[in-house]
Design a protein around this ligand. Structure first.
Ligand SMILES: Cc1ncc(COP(=O)(O)O)c(C=O)c1O
Length: 405
């Protein structure tokens, strides 16, 4: 399939290019010292991670430890209530630790083990990446430091407890807004000090090359499984697929299974409280080109051109940028990016819980809300939504802030 001169038959061979660019986005904007560290990770990824032994070990771990493949479920009651469109969800909430994040964490930490590293460093927003990282570190017997903003620590207490139980060291970050962006800043600074003994395992398809590519590739399993399962269940491809986009890892992996298919693809960003700067985190919708955290992509900027404060009810989505591949797929028109606000998200959270017996993560509820909107707009067809995680971590917060509806 050819779209705007991009050939999707050979897409994964050509994107990113050897310097980590998806069109104009991506690259590695980092200090000389970190360049050597990234080169080491890149070389290891292209040699070790492509070896038969590595692939076989990761495949075994996914099956025996993570519980993959995760199923696809038909949302029969919700679909019938909405009309003629059939909604389905890919159940990453059933992946071990309750979200898609473990898919790339097991890959990254397995790579760290093969590289002879003793320690892993990571940042976390909602705590899902932190929990997944702490789990992977425990599994492989590595030391683990997780950087987390104090605002997120307050909001995500159960995940903080989980990380500590798993043996990780949770490092509180109090700078600026004390959320995900500051946690990434602090984790990068720590990595620059300690890179000889450890690797930084970034939590999404962001950061300098090779992370956007590596994390997408480790998440590809989601799209690959979902495509095969959906075709087995229904005999055809879905008409549309939907995923939420923070940094963009669940979406990148899920979309990668369908990029070369005649399927409409939608990425959903958080509109939070509204369109004013500071009230949302919809960087693909309202951002402009800019460099942060070592990569060039879209960015929400303040009046000085620095990353702007962002907000979303979902801690895992409040990041002022998105992965470079998403900016590229937006520009060439392969993926349509749209927004869902907090209220629509909470309605979808309750709709999925009440009508299907599945409590979604607030991040994933953004995608569910968009799937519901699509079902109301289209008069027939099928929509497959990536349910990136489960909502146990969000229950106390939702009850306190929105009450039982
Ligand atoms: C359940 C869940 N979904 C989605 C996200 C957003 O991350 P990404 O856009 O990288 O998938 C997070 C981040 O913490 C998450 O916990």
């Amino acid at each position: 399939m050819l779209i705007n001169n991009v050939d999707f038959d050979t897409y994964f061979k050509n994107y990113p290019d050897e310097n980590g660019y998806f069109g104009r986005y991506g690259g590695a904007y980092i200090s000389e010292e970190l360049k050597a560290a990234m080169q080491e990770i890149r070389d290891a990824y292209f040699t070790i991670a492509q070896s038969r032994q590595f692939i076989a070990e990761l495949r075994r771990i996914r099956k025996e430890f993570q519980g993959r493949p995760t199923p696809v479920s038909h949302l029969e009651r919700l679909s019938n209530k909405l009309g003629n469109v059939q909604l389905y969800v890919k159940r990453e909430d059933l992946n071990h630790t309750g979200a898609h994040k473990l898919n790339h964490c097991m890959g990254e930490v397995l790579l760290a083990k093969y590289m002879g590293k003793k320690k892993v460093i990571a940042e976390t927003g909602a705590g899902q990446h932190g929990v997944a990282m702490a789990t992977a570190a425990a599994y492989f017997g590595m030391e683990c430091d997780i950087y987390m903003g104090s605002e997120d620590i307050k909001k995500q207490a159960p995940n903080v407890a989980r990380m500590k139980i798993l043996g990780a060291n949770v490092v509180e970050v109090t700078d600026g807004q004390a959320t995900l962006k500051e946690a990434v800043d602090a984790a990068f600074a720590a990595y620059a000090r300690e890179y000889k003994n450890c690797i930084y395992c970034i939590g999404s398809v962001v950061g300098p090359h090779p992370f956007p590519m590596m994390v997408r590739d480790f998440q590809h399993v989601v799209g690959e499984e979902a495509r095969e399962q959906f075709v087995d269940m229904t005999g055809h491809l879905p008409d549309a697929i939907v995923a939420c986009v923070g940094g963009g890892s669940n979406a990148a992996g899920f979309f990668s299974g369908f990029l070369n298919d005649p399927v409409d693809i939608y990425g959903v960003e958080p509109l939070g409280r509204g369109t004013a700067l500071g009230d949302h985190a919809a960087s693909l919708q309202y951002g402009t080109e800019g460099v942060m955290h070592g990569f060039n992509s879209v960015m929400l900027k303040d009046e000085n051109g620095e990353p702007a404060p962002v907000y979303s009810v979902a801690s895992g989505l409040d990041y002022p940028s998105s992965g470079p591949e998403h900016a590229f797929l937006r520009d060439i028109g392969r993926v349509k990016y749209d927004v869902i606000n907090d209220e629509e998200t909470i309605d979808a959270f309750y709709a999925l819980s009440r009508m299907e017996g599945i409590i979604p993560a607030i991040e994933s509820a953004h995608a569910v809300a968009y799937g519901i909107k699509l079902a109301q707009k289209l008069d027939k067809g099928s929509v497959l939504i990536n349910l990136s995680g489960r909502g146990d971590k969000d229950m106390d917060y939702i009850i306190e802030k929105y009450g039982i509806r």
